[in-house]
Design a protein around this ligand. Sequence first.
Ligand code: GLN
Length: 457
Amino acid sequence: MVTEKLQTYLNRCDERADLKAWTFVDAEGSMHAAAEADERVGTAMERPLEGLVVGVKDNISLVGMPLSCASNILKGFRPVYNATVVERLRDAGAIFLGKTNMDEFAMGSSNEHSVYGAARNPIDPDRVPGGSSGGSAVAVADGQCDVALGSDTGGSVRQPAAFCGVYGLKPTYGRVSRYGLVAFASSLDQIGIFSRTVSDMARTFDVIAAHDPMDATSHPDAAGTAMDALGKPLSTFRVGVLPDALLEGCDAEIREAYHQFVQALQQIGGTPVEIPLPNIETWIPTYFILATAEASSNLARFDGVRYGFRADEPDHDAPDDGYDMTTATRSAGFGSEVKRRIMLGTFVLSSGYKDAYYTKALQSRRLISEAYASVFEQVDVYAMPTTPTTAFKQGEITDPVQMWLSDLYTVSANIAGIPALSVPFGTDGKGLPIGMQLQGAMFEDERLLQVAQQLAT
Ligand code: GLN
């Protein structure tokens, strides 16, 4: 019974409210949808995702629920249209339990930057769940829903999936419509999926991967065929392996797990080929220049006029108080990390600095994409750790640059646009989950799921 399953999830949301996975729970609406699903299950009316209980990151539009991006600046905002992913999931029979917690505007790697308070890692609540889609990872890992949507601009699905011990997919750029996703860095953003099983991932992917004329970057051949791929035998494949020198930034236990991961891939028919990815030291600077430049432009729309929050006006009886509503709204509405990104992005685009930073980053992006293209002429998948460490403690990382370094192994897939999947792969000595990453050539998302499925059986 879908209603019974949903009730179990709702109870778990209550019991573990301390984990702060959700920014909004729609108990009534989801129960109503579950009752409808129960009438369809087992009949000719049953749809592909009938009764699948889904959490939606709070930067994706879902009519009837708030859309906050975990920011003060969107306080009280209610979206007036649904994201394409939401429409597609609903038409396929999915039930929306609520909106999940995140770092403000998807900027962060720990989910500590949320106006709702930090989400917590279910395995050890003193630790972060990762970010920015932390709430989605927590909800799936803790058994508060079946699957969840996140967004991945530089790792925000894969890194929290790794920290919480679930699967996290960033699809190929262009496969999943971003219509209705609040833009952070439009040339990097993709909507991704969290799940506990590969098959839930595959069936969700098949529903949301589709061409959408409402997103100009949506690819005409986007349609997902993952369930078909899972039904086919996996032939032998070549696996790109990072040389040890490029694992220097990793904890010893992650390095060890990586070697075991390569062995596990060998056992299911993978032939390892050691291929270095050049210029790994350029990945983080390239990402943070491009992402902040685009964010500074995308976030200009939050001006106090069009959406949500507007700062209180000062006393206008005082003559010439110099009040500027937009400045006051943005100063009070955005949190510190978002402001840091807007200022950095404005700087790298400003005249006199643009060529040195933004244009250089675009050139560097080209080199990274070309390096991957040549790698995928030699191998079918590339294996990498998802993160250099396991989940760190809440409050442990205060230096923003150190926080940014935790994205070392995830940003390159966004820069190149390729698909990447984080696979749960055991735990460290403290019992914290480790995630390993499979990357593939453009549009080879299905192959990653096939390999992950084989690893799990
Ligand atoms: N952690 C990265 C950042 O802070 C990635 C964010 C994301 O993918 N949305 O920008």
